[in-house]
Design a protein around this ligand. Sequence first.
Ligand code: SF4
Ligand code: SF4
Length: 375
Amino acid sequence: MSTSSVSRREFLTSGGLLALAAVVPAGAAAALSNRATKASAPVTPALAQCALGSTGLPVSVVSLGTGPGQAPAVIRYAVSKGVNFIHTSTEYAGGKSIKNLASAIKGMPDPPILALKITWAPDDDRAMDNALKTLGVKSVDLALFNLHNAKDVKDAKYQKGAERWIKAGKFKHIGLTAHGDVLNCCVEALKQKFYEVLMPSYNISQEKEFAEAFAQAKAQNVGVMLMKSRGQLGQEAYLKSVPLYLADPAIKTITKGMTSLAEIDNMLRAAAEKPTAAMRAEVAQLAGAAMTGHCTMCGACTQACPHGVAVNDLVRCSDYYMARPDDLVSARDTLAGLAAGQLPHACTQCGACERACPRGVPIVHHIRRTATLVA
Ligand code: SF4
Ligand code: SF4
């Protein structure tokens, strides 16, 4: 663990400019603080922390996802505001994200807690060592296997690989992340009583669907860190959903790919709000409407496809990345990770995936749209 709760609390109480100066060179700190003053009136509240399940890692309740490949100055700004937990992958932004993160944290006296997604086989020592080397560290606090169907989660090779790497000091704790067959992956991981952290793709419209799994996670002291929590909500409604997420005792942190100082400030303010019944009612209605006809990454379509198309990944590219956050970088990253036979050209438009989809997502439309990126 790279951060003690005491030093982190001291860091938080030192506030704006002092904290900023600790992580950003003087000239850049002045420029950032000027911009921050404009972007963050009134002053952002201190960010709360809580233990990430049985790992005990004292993580900030808003954490940073580096999917968009943020500039090092944005990462440092987030850290200066109390964001002490950062998630990355060698694949984000075509490899740029992990390098930016390495550059951002280099020489920090009190570096953030790091989570690394494992996108390679559980016996691939070379890939693991390369990732750590690129990040400029010998070890990370948490590593997460990136698995998207419950059958893979059952496979004992992942547990064996994690145990071996923990013994070799590559990371201290193991988690699981999923953005396909998400609920079943979480349920299977909880059954195994091996994973200490779950990072599901999840948004507030799925509260009922995930209630039992999250209650189980809480009972087993498995920490939940959310990704893709905005879904299709507008920015204002999303910010109102932040305190609602954090009121769930299973959810320890919201990992968000914040790309600007203003977005960081807004998230911090939202995280300090107290949830109310009125907020809950408004967000429930908005989320229900916003998510109608949109993908929740359950993976049923991929399982239904007779031609091996990576249907839910293609839908994610179109319905999530292209349509909402306007994030072509992440869409291209996703496509780059697929085999040729899983890409849009393998689709015969038979419609089996649409018939299997519980959300009525116009999947074939999304596949056609994703095809424009492959071309
Ligand atoms: S429409 Fe395309 S992606 Fe969907 S099941 Fe048929 S072949 Fe697979
Ligand atoms: S498109 Fe439908 S079936 Fe496919 S992952 Fe999304 S919600 Fe599930």
